[in-house]
Design a protein around this ligand. Structure first.
Ligand code: CTP
Length: 396
């Protein structure tokens, strides 16, 4: 997702510097070109060679290139950077950034950079809570920096509290959000549903399906990265809560119906990627149902069809997208759903085809609209999400 992007990774002197090597490796896997700049103090925690092996570039520490008498490398680096992240960012470097101090390669480059800048603070709780640091962070935010919230837990100094550097996955999420896509959905309110629903029979049992939520989450993240104001209504899934959107957790089809009904009117685009249960038990037992001799059957009743209801209430200017998960006649069934649910686009996919459907990281979608069908090849769910959003924007 960061192909052809140049990311400057600044590493200052904190124990969390070891986590930056993992972030660096993740950035390389996302096909980014990574340039690492370390402060002198960071050399106490991790060796430049670690980053050199990962990035294929020389790790920089000094303002003056070791091979030349004078260099303006900080300026040329700043010129080509798409984003800069400082992780870990100590109280000291945050103070320098906030006040324009440029006394080494990292601080000089930061001052010369006009790209998106992100800081991941890591320090002792009292240093983080000190009003001086808090003021510096506010200043940086006012200058356009994204300053991530540190986590809580056991710190290197032995105390417990706020000040842990966020995990590399969170840092990668920030970079992907910042630079992976053009902001062509800015100003649009997008409502996405994702995951399965869970229809409870008794306190220990429920009926659900194999949906992992990966496709819906990919759509929500892609829309947020493109600048949309996103609300994600999600059934129970094993995916960490994404940043940069409003997340509304729900359990049952009925909960999902209510959460979406509350937000439908103000949404410009609604994308129903959830695998909503079509049936729910008629009776819920307050106590665990005990086994008995002989057969046992469960009486089920229909849930409301959320997409159909949205189609019936669709207001002018609103774009409605559904998914069709099929095991046979994928496109034909998708075309029927486009009409029966009054949707503007149906993304049809197969539950049985290799590489498609629930659980995996890839999918093969056919995008069905009144104007015709677009068959996409097998690709990652992240890429599918962007292709789907491209098609949605084309419809609007
Ligand atoms: N959907 C919904 N509410 C339901 C069931 C489905 O909003 N109670 C939405 C899904 O989120 C999806 C679309 O309808 O966007 C199609 O879902 P799918 O399960 O493929 O089809 P169904 O409408 O349930 O029809 P069938 O099960 O007969 O294929």
């Amino acid at each position: 997702m960061l192909k052809d992007k140049t990311i400057i990774l600044g590493v200052s002197g904190g124990i969390a510097a070891y986590k930056s090597a993992y972030l660096c490796s993740m950035l390389i896997k996302q096909r980014a070109d990574v340039e690492v700049i370390m402060t002198e103090n960071a050399l106490n925690f991790i060796a430049p060679a670690t980053f050199e092996a990962l990035t294929g570039h020389r790790t920089m520490v000094d303002t003056f290139d070791r091979n030349h008498e004078f260099s303006t490398e900080h300026v040329s680096l700043a010129d080509k950077a798409d984003a800069l992240i400082v992780a870990p960012a100590t109280a000291n470097v945050l103070a320098k950034f906030a006040h324009g101090i440029a006394d080494d390669m990292l601080t000089t480059t930061v001052l010369a950079c006009d790209c998106q800048k992100i800081a991941a603070p890591a320090m002792n709780t009292r240093m983080y809570d000190n009003p001086v640091t808090a003021d510096n962070i506010e200043k940086l935010k006012a200058y356009g920096w994204e300053v991530l919230e540190p986590g809580s837990g056991r710190l290197a100094c032995g105390s417990t509290g706020r000040g842990r550097m966020p995990e590399p996955e969170r840092l990668l999420e920030a970079l992907i959000h910042a630079v992976s896509a053009p902001k062509d959905m800015a100003g649009l309110k997008v409502l996405v549903s994702a995951g399965p629903t869970r229809e409870e029979l008794d306190p220990v049992r429920f009926i659900t399906n194999h949906s992992s939520g990966k496709m819906g989450y990919a759509v929500a993240k892609a829309a947020a990265a493109r600048g949309a104001d996103v609300t994600l209504v999600t059934g129970p899934v094993g995916i960490p809560k994404p940043a940069y959107m409003d997340v509304v957790p729900v359990i049952s089809a009925n909960d999902m119906y209510n959460a979406i009904a509350d937000r439908e009117e103000t949404s410009d685009i609604i994308i129903m990627a959830a695998a909503v249960a079509d049936y729910t038990p008629v009776y819920y037992s307050e106590h665990k149902i005990k086994k008995q001799e002989g057969e046992f059957s469960v009486e089920l009743e229909r849930t409301d069809d959320i997409l159909r209801a949205l189609g019936e209430n669709k207001r002018p200017g609103q774009t409605l997208v559904g998914f069709a998960m099929e095991t046979e006649n994928v496109v034909e069934n998708g075309e029927k759903k486009l009409i029966s649910k009054n949707a503007d686009l149906i993304a049809a996919n197969s539950a049985v085809e290799e590489g498609s459907g629930f659980q995996g990281d890839t999918n093969r979608l056919t995008l069905i609209t009144a104007k015709g069908n677009e068959e996409l090849p097998l690709m990652s769910k992240d890429k599918c999400a962007h292709k789907l959003l491209d098609a949605v924007l084309k419809l609007r």
